[in-house]
Design a binder for this molecule. Structure first.
Ligand code: FES
Length: 76
């Protein structure tokens, strides 16, 4: 099983041995190591992987999973 952990003010940490990362053509990326991190800030020079630049640019994104944020049907 794969687990993708949203890091506070940082990357997406992908954990799990049964994970394959492919591009838009379905071609597989060589994974640098496991677990690995995907860039969430858009500033990495090694996209789609995180290179740590998010901390240098002050990337801020600290949305936690909140049960109340789940989509609900509109009130009718
Ligand atoms: S999230 Fe780390 S460089 Fe973008």
């Amino acid at each position: 099983m794969a687990v993708i952990k949203v890091r506070q003010n940082g990357s997406l940490l992908v954990e799990g041995d049964d994970v394959t990362l492919v591009d838009w053509n379905g071609k597989e990326y060589t994974l640098p190591r496991r677990p690995f991190s995907l860039c969430r800030c858009g500033a990495s020079s090694r996209k789609p992987f995180c290179d740590g630049t998010h901390s240098k640019i002050g990337f801020a994104a600290a949305e936690a999973a909140v049960p109340e944020s789940v989509d609900r049907p509109a009130d009718g």
